[in-house]
Design a protein around this ligand. Structure first.
Ligand code: ASP
Length: 353
């Protein structure tokens, strides 16, 4: 009997030790809400506050998943859904318009443990395209579905379907009229910052993305966008392309990109970053900077968020600013917009782990 009691106590101690160890495993979430010519002088205090608030909500939503032992995939979805539902970002509600006045949305997601991936391109009626990308990964047996077929698949999977008018916002519509008048294809975060006339080199984007590390040591990455204002002919950018806009591999890093999509495709930006880390052991920030330099060399720009399985991360961009933020075990959100700052913002204790 005594031996049995001793064994039981020992077993309980081992279980407790393991649970304590699990609790101290690093968790981390890093998000972006697009990069571009984002300058303090052009952003009103109110708008800055509004962006900061949505970024904080996104971080809180993803952190709540990770802090309670949830998966990095679920954290990425939770964080991105908040930004898709906000009209401030060029993803989901508030997506930019195509030349013909439609909203065609792209999204992708990847699991770093299994290297399973899912994506949708040019979808028009799915409220949260990141959920559709996840359904493609889990249920379709494919990686990328596009257009009407993807819309139908999402409806069959029971995802929320909306009237295309749901995505309409007046500011994006006005943005399209200006882009048409100037015969330009325009990246997002334009007109909300700088009322017309825009300088010709003005480049801002509102694509959203997230990378996460969960308590089990698994990485995930996701990206969602409306693409480019005034895009034509069924143009699809890097965001739904695995290896360009999104990549995750537990052996290296999870990556989400924002920027001039065509150049991110040509440089295989997300995979390129991950490959440098895995094969050459390049530090994260350096790998991201190398890729951004390659992109700059072919006249592109933008940003990358990168996270490894130990919780190290980098948020790099070669534009004036990038909406971005991160949160880890301590539950403190660090949010930045402009190049010079990364203002720490403490979340309520209830949301701390
Ligand atoms: N990369 C996106 C695209 O080319 C645009 C962006 O990041 O804002 O569709």
């Amino acid at each position: 009997m005594r031996i049995f009691c001793y064994s039981l106590v020992l077993l309980l101690m081992i279980i407790q030790t393991n649970m304590a160890a699990a609790d101290t495993s690093p968790i981390r979430l890093v998000i972006h809400g697009g990069a571009g010519t984002i300058e303090r002088s052009k952003l009103t205090k109110e708008l800055e506050q509004a962006y900061t608030q949505v970024l904080a909500q996104s971080l809180t939503a993803g952190h709540a998943v990770l802090a309670t032992g949830g998966s990095s995939i679920d954290a990425v979805i939770a964080a991105i859904v908040v930004m898709e539902d906000s009209p401030l970002f060029n993803a989901g509600k508030g997506a930019v318009f195509t030349h013909t006045g439609r909203n065609e949305l792209d999204a992708s997601i990847m699991d770093g443990f299994t290297r399973m991936a899912g994506a949708v391109a040019a979808v028009t009626v799915i409220r949260n395209p990141i959920r559709a990308a996840h359904a493609v990964m889990e249920k379709s047996g494919h990686v990328l579905l596009m257009g009407q077929g993807a819309d139908t698949f999402a409806a069959e999977q029971g995802l929320e379907i909306v009237d295309p008018a749901y995505f309409y916002t007046q500011s994006r519509w006005d943005q399209l009229q200006r882009a048409i008048a100037r015969e330009r294809v325009v990246r997002d975060h334009d007109d909300d910052l700088a009322p017309p006339p825009l300088p010709d080199n003005d480049k801002k984007r509102g694509t959203v993305g997230a990378v996460a590390l969960d308590r089990h040591g698994n990485l995930a990455a996701g990206t969602s966008t409306g693409g480019l204002t005034n895009k034509r002919f069924g143009r699809v950018g890097d965001s739904p392309i695995i290896g360009a806009g999104t990549y995750a591999d537990n052996r290296s890093v999870a990556v989400s990109a924002t920027g001039t999509g065509e150049m991110f495709i040509r440089t295989a930006a997300a995979f390129n970053t991950a490959a440098q880390v895995r094969l050459q052991r390049t530090p994260l920030a350096e790998a991201a900077d190398n890729v951004l330099a390659e992109i700059a060399a072919i006249n592109g720009d933008g940003g990358l968020i990168v996270l490894d399985a130990k919780g190290h991360y980098a948020m790099r961009f070669n534009t004036k600013g990038m909406y971005r933020g991160t949160i880890g075990n301590d539950g403190i959100a660090r949010i930045g917009i402009f190049s010079e700052d990364e203002t720490p913002l403490t979340l309520s204790p209830a949301s701390a782990p």
